[in-house]
Design a protein around this ligand. Sequence first.
Ligand code: NAD
Length: 477
Amino acid sequence: MLDKRQFYIDGQWVAPQASHDFDVIDPSTEEVCAVISLGDEADTNTAVAAARQAFDSWSQTSKAERLVLLEKLQTIYNERADEMARAISTEMGAPIALASTSQCGAGSSHIKNLIRALKGYEFDQPLGDHAPDNRILHEAIGVCALITPWNWPMNQVTLKVVAALAAGCTMVLKPSEIAPLSSLLFAEMIDQAGFPAGVFNLVNGDGLGVGSQLSGHPEVDMVSFTGSTRAGIAITKNAADTVKRVALELGGKGANIVFADADEKAVMRGVRHCFNNSGQSCNAPTRMLVERSLYEQAVAIAAETANKTAVNTASLEGHHIGPVVSQMQYDKIQGLIEQGINEGGRLVAGGLGKPEGLEKGYYVRPTVFADIHNQMTIAREEVFGPVLVLIPFDTEEEAISIANDSPYGLTHYVQSQDSEKANRVARKLRAGMVQINGTFLGAGSPFGGYKQSGNGREGGVWGLEDFLEVKAVSGWN
Ligand code: NAD
């Protein structure tokens, strides 16, 4: 078992000021794999003070100076990728192949894309020819609190930390207490890259402790948060008294609209996508809306794909799905499956309980419900497990209306070989992202949601601008 009871503050590894031990559980085995400390208010204050102290000089560094350090960080991150993949796989249960490719890889590509965004960014711009003595200056917002979840740990940490560093901000990172090991390793990399003391600080803690202390802290200028809508609301309220900027990346209930003219792999692709990372992705396509003429065939394909989805331990090589992250998450998913059955959903694959032979570990059976209507709990709430619902529709308008009938609006998906129709539908979907026919959003594309999915945009230029203030100056010569 690893002893990780330390924080990274003001360029040093330091012991916590009080002792609040917290066990990190390996979800594949239910065993304790590490112990961390949950910070106290004194730890939070020390970290914020270090970030405040470092801000004046870091915010005045040139783009070129920041790029040198970010490029060093990129090299170190790539050199230590195997360690990072193992940390992620152990703390949150992603199978090692997924942890090495998508999970760890997401961090690597965000670092690369944010470096590219920084290189091309003009912090100092003219207003226009009509006002030649006016300049618009983009400046670092200040000390940032970065609060991240456990489901794609390095994806979220790099989107925040690297963007904030690139913008010239200083920061305190509070990673998820459930999956803190990857962030502790990331802090080692920052240290190794040689960022000045106080620019980046890490304090472990839970939401009610360090999380709330940061969101209400008078010396914190901005909170960038990724996690549940529940916590996003609490943070926004707590930040209101000090009028902080609050950037939120919250939950989702992605609709995947499959028209009758979709390509033949569309249904299978949609099911696999939903189950990827054991369904623990905010942008998972969890509601498959299928045009009536294709519906029964889609139900059969979805059931077959679910039955063929292997579930196994995270340390095993291969393309199975791993456990879900915790007992709490497992119980929540079981409760929602039960509710789906009780509300009249037709269970066509999976269901309650653990897959055969996997009694220890938080393993969930890949589950598909047919004949769901959009008002059922299982169609409205984010399950965050390998659970897909299928909903039939008759017309394009009805499909759009069902997709948009959700408090969330993160990512929706459209499957059709009629590109005019697919584009038309994409325009009408109330979501921050739409992916057509299994395509991927390009490097540096903005990630974020409409409605209760949040208000920020992360990645690329938009991610950088999240951490910048805008200053208008007249009389500039
Ligand atoms: P969570 O909201 O419980 O926790 C996320 C982080 O917030 C953790 O670090 C936690 O300690 C902290 N936290 C919790 N309550 C807090 C409070 N009151 N004040 C300050 N900090 C607080 O979420 P989770 O269970 O870790 O993650 C799963 C959720 O994250 C899902 O709802 C998922 O959809 C969402 N998510 C969204 C995105 C996105 O970009 N839109 C990406 C990944 C995950």
